[in-house]
Design a protein around this ligand. Structure first.
Ligand code: ATP
Ligand code: MG
Length: 367
């Protein structure tokens, strides 16, 4: 039976936030602990982060350890999941270089996520080539590990589509070599693309609208207090809107029935709270206090575990070093297969050398 393999990761452009948590991280930990996967690779995508941060290498360097700590704090376990750094596996770069021949410029230009990100970064006239081609590099990350499952947020959908196209084209030209991955999106709609605390479409490190997993209880409280709700809900007695109201989106993403029973015994369900808000007579402050209690239930244990791992930073680097070695071994196997399929494996092909020797002998005999 085909092995079940997971590959996913994050850019070390900042500490991880609750959007990462609901979009991918929470799921990864569940999948890891389900025991259903043969191999799990979690990548800190430093090379990709450099594609739009080339002038700020220190930022990437600092955040590699932050992301590693966030992983451990959330429950990723190095004995079950291989955590590694992208740049330490040069096979990935080599593979991306070959894939570039299989993708057109116009295909890259159609990628909706890249389009949005280019706008966000004001890159319109000066897009670094590396940034423009990062979907190709992502295809190489996924396929180098023969990943069958990629748990990510919705913004990654176009990357997976691009990967599928590359896999099909590669296998068509060079013979069946690569594995087609499947995207695994969050099943809860609020988690597909968690909005920022400012109500903007996506919580993102680059937009500064995040609640970080490592924020202190005080910071979280402040951020929730100033969070975007329904701008027309001015007085408590006014009817309020749920749609686009970030407090309720976050409750959809994090609140369980136990939270309602524990903190709001007057309401049977979260839906009942929403109905009250829509009817009027329920203030933002009460909803925000409830959200804060829910978030604390989720974040306090993560924060605690992070503090423990922070006590031994050299051990975290050692864990990463071992992960890099393991990841590299795996990618090297795929690269051998790729080079052989692409006919660029000159030295481990005894048949090739014998054939060429024979051909040149025949040529010289004819003269
Ligand atoms: P950057 O701004 O540097 O791109 P980011 O916050 O978008 O950072 P990434 O490292 O690009 O984070 O994304 C890592 C993973 O987290 C991806 O699987 C992505 O889909 C998921 N993710 C990021 N932001 C969100 C969000 N707001 N909601 C759901 N998933 C998210
Ligand atoms: Mg991103």
């Amino acid at each position: 039976m085909k092995e079940k393999i997971i590959l996913t990761g994050d850019r070390p452009t900042g500490r991880l936030h609750i959007g990462h948590f609901v979009g991918s991280l929470r799921r990864r930990v569940e999948l890891q602990n389900s025991g259903e996967y043969d191999k799990i690779f979690i990548m800190i995508a430093d090379a990709q982060a450099l594609t739009d941060n080339a002038d700020n290498p220190e930022k990437i360097r600092q955040n590699v350890i932050e992301v590693a700590l966030d992983y451990l704090a959330c429950g990723l376990d190095p004995s079950k999941s291989t955590i590694f750094i992208q740049s330490a596996v040069p096979e990935l770069t080599e593979l991306a270089f070959y894939y570039m021949n299989l993708v057109t410029v116009s295909r890259l230009q159609r990628n909706p996520t890249v389009k949005t990100e280019i706008q966000m970064r004001n890159f319109e006239t000066s897009i670094p080539v590396g940034f423009f081609t990062y979907p190709i590099s992502q295809a190489s990350d996924i396929t180098a590990f023969k990943a069958t499952t990629v748990p990510v947020g919705e913004d990654q959908k176009p990357m997976l589509e691009q990967t599928m196209e590359i896999v099909r084209r590669f296998n068509y030209i060079y013979g069946e070599t690569l594995v087609e991955p499947q995207i695994l999106l969050p099943d809860n709609a609020a988690c597909l693309r968690l909005p920022g605390t400012d109500g903007k479409a996506k919580m993102s490190k680059s937009l500064g609208n995040c609640i970080y997993l490592s924020d202190s209880a005080d910071e979280v409280k402040k951020k929730i207090r100033s969070m975007y709700t329904d701008p027309d809900h001015l007085r408590v007695q006014d009817p309020g809107k749920i749609e686009g109201n970030t407090v309720f989106t976050y409750l959809d993403a994090f609140c369980t029935q136990e939270h309602v029973d524990k903190y709001l015994p007057d309401y049977p369900t979260l839906d009942a709270l929403k109905e009250h808000y829509q009817r009027g007579g329920l203030g933002d402050v009460k909803c925000k206090n409830f959200l804060n209690a829910v978030m604390e239930d989720v974040l306090a244990p993560i924060r605690e575990r992070r503090k423990q791992f922070e006590q031994d930073i050299p051990a975290v680097y050692e864990m990463l070093r071992r992960g890099c070695e393991k990841a590299r071994e795996q990618a090297a196997i795929t690269l051998d297969e790729v080079r052989s399929a692409m006919k660029i494996n000159y030295f481990d092909d005894a048949e090739l050398i014998a054939e060429q020797a024979k051909r040149f002998k025949e040529l010289s005999n004819q003269k």
